[in-house]
Design a protein around this ligand. Structure first.
Ligand code: IPE
Ligand code: IPE
Ligand code: MG
Length: 251
C-alpha cells in the first residue's frame, strides 16, 4: 500500500493536525488562458472546495484558508466587488454541504469591512455548523496578521480596564487567547502556492514554528498530488522548537 493510501481517513503520524494555506496565483492562472482575473478566482473557489475534502480524507483536523487579505482591498474596485460577489455565491452554495460533512466553519478577519449581506452569511454559517466536530475550517476573509495582533491588544486592554486582566498576568499563552484563532493549536504545516516565498501578512503570530512549504503551482491547479507532496515534506522534517532533540548526537 502506498503511503498516501494508508493515510486516508486516519490522520495520526505524519499528518499535520492544522494546515494553513495561502491560495495564491488565481490571476496568473487566468491570464495564462487569456481569461479575466475573475475567472481565475472562480476556478480558485473550486480548488478550495476540493482541498477541504482532501484534507478531511487525510485526517487533518483544522484547515485555515486565506481568501482575502486586509491589503487586497487596495485592488481595483471591479476585482474587489467581483470577489465579494463570489464569496456570497460560494457560501450560499456550499455551507449546507459543508454542514452535512460535519465541518465546522469559522471566519477570521475584520468583519466591519464586509457588506451586510456577506456578514450575515458568515454569522449564519457559523451558527449552522457550530456543533460539528469532524473538521474545523477557518476562512480568513479581510484578514491581516497585524490587524489580528492589534485587535488582540485592544481586547486585552479592554479587559484590563474592566478589571478582568492584570498586566503582570499577560504572557504569550494568555495573550494568544485574544487572537482570532484563540484556543486552536498553531498551524503545523503552511502551504503557499503561486511561487512567492512570503507570508503576505497571514497568521503572523501563529506561524512562529510552522513548517513552510512553497509551491510554484498556481492555486486553481492545486491537486491532491500537491497536497500529498506538502504533507510528505512535512512528515520528513524534524521539528525542534528551539530545543536540541538529541543532545548526544549534537556533539
Ligand atoms: C489569490 O490569487 C487570490 C486573492 C488574493 C484574492 P491572486 O489574485 O493574488 O493571483 P495572482 O497572484 O495575481 O496570480
Ligand atoms: C495573499 O496573496 C493573499 C491571499 C492569497 C488571499 P497576495 O497575492 O495578495 O499577496 P502578495 O501581494 O503577492 O504579497
Ligand atoms: Mg497573488
Amino acid at each position: 500500500m502506498k503511503a498516501s493510501q494508508e493515510r486516508v481517513g486516519q490522520g495520526g503520524a505524519g499528518i499535520p493536525a492544522h494546515v494553513a494555506i495561502i491560495m495564491d496565483g488565481n490571476g496568473r492562472w487566468a491570464r495564462a488562458r487569456g481569461m479575466p482575473r475573475q475567472a481565475g478566482h472562480r476556478a480558485g473557489v473550486k480548488a478550495a472546495r476540493e482541498v477541504v475534502e482532501a484534507c478531511g480524507r487525510r485526517g487533518v483536523k483544522i484547515l485555515t484558508l486565506f481568501t482575502f487579505s486586509s491589503e487586497n482591498w487596495k485592488r481595483p474596485k471591479e476585482e474587489v466587488v467581483g470577489l465579494m460577489q463570489l464569496f456570497v455565491e460560494a457560501l450560499g452554495k456550499q455551507v449546507r454541504e459543508l454542514h452535512k460533512e460535519g465541518i465546522k466553519v469559522r471566519f477570521i478577519g475584520q468583519r466591519s469591512t464586509l457588506n451586510d449581506k456577506l456578514r450575515k452569511q458568515l454569522e449564519q454559517a457559523e451558527e449552522l455548523t457550530r456543533n460539528n466536530t469532524r473538521m474545523l475550517l477557518n476562512i480568513a476573509l479581510s484578514y491581516g496578521g497585524r490587524w489580528d495582533i492589534v485587535n488582540a491588544a485592544k481586547l486585552a486592554i479592554a479587559d484590563a480596564q474592566a478589571g478582568r486582566l492584570v498586566a503582570d498576568d499577560l504572557d504569550e499563552e494568555s495573550f494568544s487567547r485574544y487572537l482570532s484563532l484563540s484556543g486552536q493549536p498553531d498551524p503545523d504545516l503552511f502551504i503557499r502556492t503561486g511561487g512567492e516565498t512570503r507570508i503576505s501578512n497571514f497568521l503572523l503570530w501563529n506561524l512562529a514554528y510552522t513548517e513552510m512549504v512553497f509551491q510554484d503551482c498556481l492555486w486553481p491547479d492545486f491537486s491532491d498530488a500537491n497536497l500529498d507532496a506538502a504533507i510528505d515534506s512535512f512528515a520528513g522534517r524534524e521539528r525542534r522548537f528551539g530545543e536540541v532533540l538529541d543532545a548526544a548526537g549534537a556533539e
